[in-house]
Design a protein around this ligand. Structure first.
Ligand code: GAR
Length: 196
């Protein structure tokens, strides 16, 4: 059985989409994988209740309890490793990870970013896409490497930017695609892991 550990900081809608896919009979049987744990750096992350409601073990490692990024990442890795993950999935995890953490999970750490990378790494992607006059925006699933939002691209989906779009309206359009693209990218990754 392959264990997936999902890291979140907020509402957890992408995590919920992956959990739903993982529970579908076809997915679980073909990929022999399950979401083993959901870990948040914020105790009030809405996604924690969703995960608990699905019977998935959850825990919180608060960045506020640590004096440095290095100490936080060490504690986070200890918690992640409890679940012996085949794959670590960042789903709206809003902390920058240290090179040490990224290297520890190299090749089995993936992220979803709400832009068509390499355009608009970082924050406020939807506002920046609108201000730049983009006609399309979208979502990217990528391998995590030491440079923020720069790893090899695993999947993308595009949406139109509409006249008079607001960042919130565009974010909602992109998020609908995130929920479609991320479970598929996770399944594809697991399938490739089987053949390697
Ligand atoms: C998603 O839009 C995700 O792409 C974004 O945060 C949101 C989390 O939503 N991630 C980043 O901005 C990472 N830099 P969710 O908690 O409902 O999945």
């Amino acid at each position: 059985m392959k264990n997936i550990v999902i890291l979140i900081s907020g509402g957890g809608s992408n995590m919920a989409a992956i959990v739903k896919a993982a529970e579908s009979e076809r997915w679980a049987a073909r990929l022999d994988a399950r979401v083993a744990a959901v870990i948040s750096n914020k105790a009030d992350a809405g996604g924690l209740a969703i995960a608990r409601g699905q019977g998935i073990p959850t825990s919180v490692v608060s960045h506020k309890d640590f004096a440095s990024r290095e100490e936080f990442d060490a504690a986070l890795a200890r918690e992640v490793d409890v679940h012996a993950p085949t794959l670590v999935v960042l789903a709206g995890f809003m902390r920058i990870l240290t090179p040490w953490f990224v290297t520890r999970y190299a090749g089995r750490l993936i992220n979803i970013h709400p832009s068509l990378l390499p355009a608009f790494p970082g924050l406020n992607t939807h506002r920046r896409a609108i201000e730049a006059g983009c006609r399309v925006a979208g979502v990217t699933v990528h391998e995590v490497t030491v440079e923020l939002d720069h790893g090899p691209i695993l999947a993308q989906a595009a949406v139109p930017v509409l006249p008079d779009d607001t960042p919130d309206a565009l974010a909602a359009r992109v998020l609908a695609q995130e929920h479609r693209v991320y479970p598929r990218a996770v399944a594809d990754w697991l399938r490739r892991a089987d053949t390697n």
